[in-house]
Write a protein that binds this ligand. Sequence first.
Ligand code: ADP
Length: 447
Amino acid sequence: TLSAAAVSVTPSNDTSASEDEKEVSKEDQSLLQKLLRSKLVQAKTDIEILRKDPNSPLHSVKSFEALKLKPELLKGVYAMGFNAPSKIQETALPALLAEPPVNMIAQSQSGTGKTAAFVLTMLSRVDISQNYPQCLCLAPTYELALQIGEVTEKMAKFMEDLKIRYAVRGGERVTRDEQLTEHIIIGTPGTVMDWGLKLRAIRLEKIKVFVLDEADVMISMQGHQDQSTRIQKKLSSSCQMLLFSATYDQTVMQFAQKIIPGDPVIIRLRREEESLDNIKQYYIECNSKEEKFQALCNIYGTISIGQAMIFCHTKKTASWLAEKMTAEHHTVGLLSGELTIEQRAAIIKRFRDGKEKVLITTNVSARGIDVEMVTVVVNFDLPVTLDYKPDCETYLHRIGRTGRFGKSGLAVNMVDGPRSMAILKAIEKHFGRKIERLDADDLDEIE
Ligand code: ADP
């Protein structure tokens, strides 16, 4: 039988994507998601509690009042427009705020309310009358630390004397013998280690709440795991230790269990599975890039397309296609690897706001972004891994939809020659769903 992994093709004469574009790092993907995030991702799946102390059963809350927060903190939460706790917050917050404090490992996809949950915990436990660092939050990068700081500042809007300090490279320096007086420190592992272990400007043993955010990104970065562990070792045994991650796999969990001692509560919110139900999948056979473009024009001439995302393998093809489509009077956005994160976020935002009808992107630059409202996806080139194997996971992520967006969708795959046909067949077999053939010159079959 033909399994997806068994099919491998060699690159065509087009530049290979691996040379063409740099892989987007996990920390950049994470930042991009944060920059794009406008609201809470509503989760449909149920919380799983993987381990808990049977003596302290977890309960959940349906309102922020039920948490008995300091009035100025509750006011801050409401001022952010939060009416009720998110799915993960319902279960996490009562445990996070419990006395005596419990340690926690929590996993849920980006956008489900983790940051808000731990920021609330830090603000709830901090004693503003005491001018020394009481809460410490580690993030993978400077930019991600700033994002957390922004949330903290917003939520602490009515906690007037609260002070935050960023422990990041390139930030404000600490001099020898200086003792920090800010209440909350948010920083990257390297700088926090310098300030805490070397300069002793932060008395780590006096920290009451320790948060390690984006553990999955953290472990992908050189040295961060080690540095975080060294910091954690200096904390007192009464410090509340919390770890958050967007993904849940063995390496993250091993690290989590190592760095969060005791018998932490582990909560997990599974991502809703994407599926190809309700998606019409087609393929069109072409002989060249030009023919693919012609087929695309025919599709536009045949059906009315709201917004479409078009995936190309290389940035050369992507910009070629963008030019051709622009010449045909389509409003096109082009995402490619050389853009900065901010530029990418701006382009995606424009597309999301409907300012552009077409978003053309390379495989690499599309990684980590969700544009779920798109109903038409065109694989101008089929998704392949770096070693040119069919990339079924990426295919599903591009085309599949979750129950929330149960709308039907349309996927058109452009096939040019036996190699890409083999990839298409492998994808079809992998999902066990027929990909129907369309005649490029007669698209009446398309729905
Ligand atoms: P995560 O850390 O899991 O990525 P965030 O805490 O950053 O998620 O929350 C994602 C988005 O949802 C943010 O825009 C945040 O302001 C918003 N949000 C968080 N909690 C709530 C809530 N309880 N009600 C409404 N919006 C919320």
